[in-house]
Design a protein around this ligand. Sequence first.
Ligand code: SF4
Length: 383
Amino acid sequence: MGQTVGLYLHIPFCQKKCDYCDFYSLPNEDERAKQAYAKALAVHLTETAPALTRHTVDTVYFGGGTPPVLGLGPLRTLMDLIRRRLPLAAGAEITLEANPGTVDGKLLKKLRREGFNRLSLGVQSLDDDLLALLGRTHNARQARTAFEEARAAGFGNIGVDLLYGLPGQTEEAWRATLREVVAWGPEHISCYGLKLEEGTPLWRDRAEYVFPDDDAQAEQYLAAVSELEENGYHQYEISNFARPARASRHNMKYWTLAPYIGLGPSACSDFGGRRWSYVRDVKGYVNGVLGGGDILHEMEEIPVEARAAEYLMLRLRTADGVSGNEYVRLYKKNFEPVERALEAQAARGFARSAGDRWRLTPEGFLLSNRIIADILEARAEEA
Ligand code: SF4
């Protein structure tokens, strides 16, 4: 078996744009545009396959956007291509992102038969007023139904995405949402604090709402950590919690600097020592792939110095944290300044060590941006 690699396919279409979202996705694209996109993605996948012959694809992730909006036919074609053209590992994790209201029992059964074995369901909230305020296209009843139908269709590995820090949301209401979702029994739960992204409708209308302040949002985050840990969900990354052995294998690749290939507009790849991304423009991508034009947005070789910094930045987002021995072995760098900076964080309750590994505590995760910046600074000063 060759080195493993993850494959990400970006499906940049949504039913409509949510009011808080600044991801690259287009609402209401017509069928012709979607067909052209699916064709371009299939061509790009076929062209990419020879580069992966010495590898084994052990995770595939259809993300977006809202992949089911592409339609069953194109998803089936892409899955078929992946099976025929790529060195797909037996037991590969194959994830489909979906929103309640974009899938029903019949479609889910068909998707399961096509080989998707993990579903990531964008539930976000179980409060209909909040869902409407966020501009979501589904309500809580549809979220409950989608989960039940996914289970009935044979999805034994389901992740549920939730948002906290929502206007008017109390800690008690947030805990009630978590408890209901826990009672459904998903294998994986992601909890993201709402970020007001400049230029979105929610940002524009922000004065109309009362958002939980930083302290209240921090309390909601810590409430999620304790609710979920108590119910058997291990916090394996700042925002991600999973039952044993159910962490997202694909997403772990991003945090552990493992190689992955991303196809589609705005998709990123990290492979063979280089990192690159494609244009953030569906038409430009389709015309480029089908017409032979340039679709590259940017590409860079990552020097070892930058990799070492990324190792610290990304691994400290995870519960596994960083290892001094691994750091020295991989990057031939001195871990001592990093360790001293981590010891200072440990004295404040923000980090802890076990053997040669260091990780942030849940309280440390809350301040991770600042803590990681301090650690990188300490490391640079000693270089
Ligand atoms: S469904 Fe997801 S990607 Fe699409 S607009 Fe809403 S938040 Fe953004």
